[in-house]
Design a protein around this ligand. Structure first.
Ligand code: PSU
Ligand code: MN
Length: 305
């Protein structure tokens, strides 16, 4: 493999990695397709500050002008937040975008992929992709799940939105041997809500416990990632019924407009955003900050082992 020539790592991140210091990866699809401007750029800076305050080095990942970028400067962050028609790169898009010198936001799958190439083991996001509702017919299953099966990165998320079939998403992860850990909870979180009605196999009490599980899994040569479900802080958690109604409406609109393929998730995210006004955004920001905090603690503990 010869991926070094495609990687562009900032000196700060490179130095931290070579010294074995904690680094936390962040994705860019959440910026380009998950939040409006200018809230997304404020978020991008604040989430990096939260990671620094916890004693880790942040690295936002993206594909810019045909390079796998690990760590973005202010200008690059602005581009991912405000650029026109920024594409979304999942695993199958990466080689094409790189070969053509294009720019794209990275999903959970591609952020894991690039983090692994750079040697970053912990990544904070909002929600992961998964098995879509109705996947029995459409076969719409996010490439994020195969990345968990294959790529050695720990992802801290607030679970997933109920735009997905959460039960089937957990079944899929089980089949591919991906540990799903509930961070101080027995319930797998549903993004805007603390619980989804589906349990996790293991509740972990703190970051040190997660770090030990990561080390053990990878020492054993068990390939693939680990998913940490970290619930939205209680005070920001949204009413289940309100948000579920909105999600049903968004799914209905996607059906009417015959949205499919890689456009599905961005369409659903944008529609939920429009239908709920600012309410869902405030929750979205807070859960992502919370994930960055927990991911940093895990990275700090992992660096000690
Ligand atoms: N779900 C969310 N917010 C997101 C995404 C999913 O609640 O921002 C983004 C993530 O980047 C995720 C991607 O990796 O969408 C999944 O897209 P797809 O379903 O096309 O694989
Ligand atoms: Mn899909």
């Amino acid at each position: 493999m010869n991926y070094r020539e495609y990687l562009s790592i900032t000196p700060e991140v490179e130095k931290a990695l070579s010294e074995g210091k904690p680094v936390v990866a962040l994705e860019s699809t959440i910026l380009s397709h998950g939040m409006p401007y200018p809230e997304n750029i404020e978020f991008a800076h604040k989430v990096e500050k939260i990671i620094r305050d916890e004693g880790a080095v942040p690295a936002t990942l993206a594909i810019i002008a045909g390079k796998l970028k690990v760590g973005l400067n202010d200008e690059e962050l602005e581009l991912m937040c405000h650029g026109e028609n920024i594409a979304k790169a999942s695993r199958r898009d990466v080689a094409v975008y790189l070969a053509n010198g294009q720019t794209a936001a990275t999903t959970v799958a591609t952020t894991m992929l690039i983090a692994d190439m750079a040697g970053i083991r912990v990544f904070a996001t909002g929600g992961i992709g998964g098995v879509h509702r109705g996947a029995q017919e459409t076969m719409d299953i996010s490439a994020d799940l195969q990345e968990f099966a294959n790529t050695a990165v720990c992802v801290v998320s607030a679970g997933c939105k109920s735009i997905l079939d959460i039960g089937l998403t957990l079944e899929y992860l089980e089949t591919y041997g991906v540990p799903v850990l509930g961070y101080q909870t027995k319930d797998f979180p549903a993004f805007y809500s603390e619980t989804s009605g589906f349990g996790v196999d293991y509740e972990v009490k703190d970051a040190a416990e997660v770090a030990k599980i990561l080390k053990t899994k990878w020492d054993l040569g068990l390939k693939g990632g680990v998913l940490v479900g970290n619930p939205i802080p209680h005070e920001y958690s949204m009413d289940h019924e309100v948000i579920d109604k909105v999600i049903d409406q968004a799914l209905e609109m996607a059906k009417e407009k015959k949205i499919h393929g890689k456009a599905t998730t961005p369409f659903l995210l944008a529609t939920i955003k429009d239908l709920t006004g600012g309410d869902s955004l405030a929750s979205n920001l807070q859960l992502a900050y919370n994930n960055a905090r927990v991911a940093s603690k895990i990275a700090v503990e992992f660096a000690k082992l």
